[in-house]
Every structure is written in C-alpha cells, then in structure tokens.
Design a binder for this molecule. Structure first.
Ligand code: PLP
Length: 234
C-alpha cells in the first residue's frame, strides 16, 4: 500500500513539475511519518523513499534509533521546535524546516556551535498572518535572516510555508505564488552577495502539493497520502 502510494505521489509530482518547467526541475519528497510506527518508515524505505519528516523531537529520536540500520535514511524536523528540546538534536536532523524566532536561533547556535556542527535550516514564514501559528511574519523576516547569517553553525537553506487549512486548497494558490516570489527575491539577493546554499522552498502537503509545485515549491511534505489517516489519540 505504502509503495503504491509513493509511486502515485512521485508520479503526480512529476506531472506538476512539467506544468511549470521554467521554475522547477527537481522536487524533493519528504515522507511525513509522524504518528506512524517505524515499521511504516521501513516499508517506505524499501520502496525507495529515503527522506522522512517528523514533528516531535522525542518521537523522532525513538524512531531514528529504531531505524538506524537504514543507512540511507535521513530525517527532517518539520514541526514547531521548542527551545528546551534543542539540546537533544545536534546531529539528528538533516534539515530543520521550522526555524522562526531569534530565541530559537540563539539556542540552536549555542548548542550546535558547542558540538562543532553545522546545521541546515529553513526559516518558516507566516505569510497569511495567522495567529497562534508558527512562522515569522514578513515584517520581521529580514531581521531574523540577518541574525541567522551571523551564526556560523547554521546554514540557511531556504524557506518553509505552512498555509492556512482551507476546504479548497486552490484558495491558497496565491500564497504559494507569493512565497515563491519572496524566495526568488532573497535567492537572487543572496547569490549577489555571495551567500551560498539558499536553494530550498518547502511547501505543499497531501491536499495541495501539486498546487505548491506548480507555483515553485521544490520540497513537498506529504504524510497522509502516503501512510494513511493519522490517529493522534492512540
Ligand atoms: C503533518 C505535517 C505535514 C503533512 O501533512 P499531510 O496533510 O498528512 O500530508 C506537512 N508539514 C507539516 C509541518 C506537518 O506537520
């Protein structure tokens, strides 16, 4: 089942990519395995999927341990990250998608620097100005990016967007487009100033990954369409 789902998602990503050949070549699929057991990760891995997304530190640590024989597997942190959990994560995640505030950056730099590590990160942007939602507002974005660039243990790789949940995902298309525009603008700016590696735009989930890819995403985070419905209260 998981193998078939993966094949279908990959196929649909490819089709969406072909709709916007001027912006997208390679789209990376992050299989969001949160709430699912490590046996599901194994099943996906055997079907060729190597990148997995988790949203809770402890759950991720447990599963990564259970999957340590999967030599090519890599894990991304995609959920809200509490500062008091940062001490557990140096060397754990290939990419952290959810960096959104100075206090978190400060704690991350402290811990990663101490261990002599360099961590790839994305900055989560809250474009729709939703309250009680992770992500930095556009007005504070410049300030946060400047702060991150001073931290040599952190490697700024791009942006992540988590749009509002809407009945009709087409209603978020303009947000994906706006996010891409902002991403392209910063990418250009960073390239001109010699800051390397800003190349990743993480947006799109099960309900809207095709729209996101059409609008310029090059990393999608798909969970339920691969692993099935999540059960949060088991
Ligand atoms: C759960 C989650 C996803 C995947 O959601 P699906 O709708 O199951 O594809 C993507 N991104 C983040 C940040 C998530 O927490």
């Amino acid at each position: 089942m998981i193998a078939e789902n993966l094949a279908e998602i990959n196929n649909r990503i490819k089709k969406a990519t072909e709709k916007s050949p001027q912006i997208n070549k390679d789209v990376t699929l992050v299989a969001v395995s949160k709430t699912f057991p490590s046996s599901s990760i194994r099943e996906a891995y055997q079907a060729g999927q190597k990148i997995f997304g988790e949203n809770k530190v402890q759950e991720a640590l447990d599963k990564i341990d259970e999957c340590k024989d999967l030599s090519e597997a890599e894990f991304h942190m995609i959920g809200h990250l509490q500062s008091n959990k940062v001490k557990y994560i140096p060397g754990v995640f290939k990419l952290i998608h959810s960096v959104d505030r100075k206090s978190l950056v400060k704690e991350m730099h402290k811990r990663f620097y101490r261990e002599g590590r360099k961590q790839d990160i994305l900055v989560q942007v809250n474009l729709a100005l939703e309250e009680q939602k992770g992500g930095v507002n556009q007005t504070n974005l410049d300030d946060l990016l400047e702060y991150i660039l001073q931290c040599n243990s952190l490697n700024l790789r791009g942006f992540m967007l988590m749009p509002p949940f809407l009945e009709n995902p087409e209603d978020n298309r303009y947000l994906f487009a706006k996010m891409y525009e902002l991403f392209a603008q910063y990418k250009d700016q960073f390239e001109k100033s010699g800051t390397e590696g800003f190349d990743t735009l993480s947006m799109g989930m099960s309900a809207d990954f095709e729209i996101a890819v059409e609008e310029g995403s090059n990393m999608v985070r798909v969970g339920s369409k691969i692993f099935g419905q999540r059960n949060y209260n088991k």
